[in-house]
Design a protein around this ligand. Structure first.
Ligand SMILES: Nc1ncnc2c1ncn2[C@@H]1O[C@H](COP(=O)(O)OP(=O)(O)OP(=O)(O)O)[C@@H](O)[C@H]1O
Length: 263
């Protein structure tokens, strides 16, 4: 069954056709990649799914709900994302960064939290425990009282993913999660993304320029160029697709392959 269904999605920014008739289907529990050269329209797809901009035409259905015009509800419905440029609460602790999104699911009211009654305190404790469990998955629990801004870059990227997971999403959108990471960090990230998909049984959709990362991690890949989906298939199919090779290398040839990976 499909968790996300994008049908005939188009987006114009003035005269720029950022998306042209895009169709994407994400199976529940799948790990899917979205790749393409700079300016191809990948982030615009994410911005449409999360409702940052309304589409010019087309529909987006998430878990059976038409969300094309319901951006404000997307987090509550179960969509979380990370950004190309890390967006953490930099002056809060690592722990608080993960606790704040958890509040989306907390049930006590303003009065209860103001009076700090037993329900509030119990809720806070449970939240702390849940947040620490989440940090442990990313090996970030040792930094829990550090300010987010003081973490090394690779750890900040991981914290952003942990924070997105704290909203208990059904769909996790990762925008260039491996950007700026060294090979060791990238390898760890790959294992972590696989682990969280399996552990939380979520669907992951990611944009990434590190081709070997995408080819190793994703089961299904969509390729965009100039606002259109030019290919869709397994990593093996995508690596050998002449249209994809031409889009990346600017020439139409069957002899060049993506086997070695292009970053
Ligand atoms: N808010 C906006 N206003 C005007 N044009 C925009 C806006 N957002 C995106 N575009 C344009 O839409 C096109 C697609 O951009 P988009 O950022 O989606 O590409 P991308 O594939 O994510 O690129 P990159 O890999 O460089 O991040 C580009 O021509 C871009 O300039």
């Amino acid at each position: 069954m499909n968790l996300l269904s994008i049908k005939n999605l188009s987006k114009n920014f003035g005269g720029i056709k950022a998306l042209i008739d895009v169709n994407i289907e994400l199976k529940k529990g799948s790990l899917t990649g979205l790749i393409g050269p700079n300016g191809a329209g990948k982030s615009t797809v994410f911005n449409m799914i999360t409702g940052i901009y309304p589409p010019s035409s087309g529909t987006i259905t998430f878990n059976g709900v038409n969300i094309t015009t319901k951006p404000y509800k997307n987090t509550k419905l179960g969509i979380a994302r990370t950004f190309q440029n890390i967006r953490l609460f930099k002056n809060l602790t690592v722990l608080d960064n993960v606790k704040i999104p958890e509040h989306l699911h907390v049930e006590y009211g303003i009065l209860s939290s103001f009076l700090q009654g037993p329900k509030y305190l119990k809720g806070e404790k449970a939240e702390d425990n849940e947040a620490i469990e989440l940090l442990k998955i990313f090996n970030l629990d040792k930094f829990k009282m550090n300010l987010a801004k003081n973490l090394p870059y690779g750890e900040q990227r991981k914290l952003e993913i942990a924070r997105a997971l704290a909203t208990k999403p059904l769909l996790l959108l990762l925008d260039e999660p491996a950007a700026g990471m060294n090979p060791q960090e990238t390898k760890e990230l790959l294992d972590t993304v696989k682990f969280v998909r399996d552990k939380f049984n979520i669907t992951v959709f990611l944009i990434e320029h590190d081709m070997s990362f995408v080819m190793e991690l994703c089961e299904d890949i969509y390729v965009m160029d100039y606002g259109e989906i030019i290919a869709h298939g397994t990593p093996d199919e995508i690596k050998r697709n002449p249209k994809v090779i031409a889009a990346y290398l600017g020439e139409d040839t069957n002899e060049i392959t993506l086997e070695g990976g292009i970053s």
